[in-house]
Design a protein around this ligand. Sequence first.
Ligand code: 5GP
Ligand code: ZN
Length: 118
Amino acid sequence: MAQRDADCLFCKIVAGEIPADIVTKDDEIVAFRDINPQAPTHVLVIPREHFPTAAAAGSADRGLMDAIARVAGEVARIDGVADDGYRLVFNTGPAAGQEVFHVHGHVLGGRSLTWPPG
Ligand code: 5GP
Ligand code: ZN
């Protein structure tokens, strides 16, 4: 039985209970546009199953982090940013600004994203 958190915003998006602008999806993963984009491409890539953090999803040893990375690459191709490059970010915990505790990779592209900035 897949884990779901009844109070989780992204579980509700997976279930279709809250609308989202879906970019691509498969049996394991859903990718949808961030509601408050920080770059021309800003897509969130999540597993259908609820894990609070990237570490928790990785520890489940189910290949979900691999699947997120693969779908992030598909998203970059769909948006035409794969060749220029993009950033794949997992905020983890309050100090990193994680607000939604359902693991999500941010795919950011379409502008300069070098780090450190400047
Ligand atoms: P975090 O800060 O947890 O790494 O990222 C959460 C992201 O989810 C933020 O970039 C925020 O804009 C996005 N977000 C929050 N609520 C919604 C929503 O209802 N729909 C979509 N598409 N994105 C959301
Ligand atoms: Zn969830």
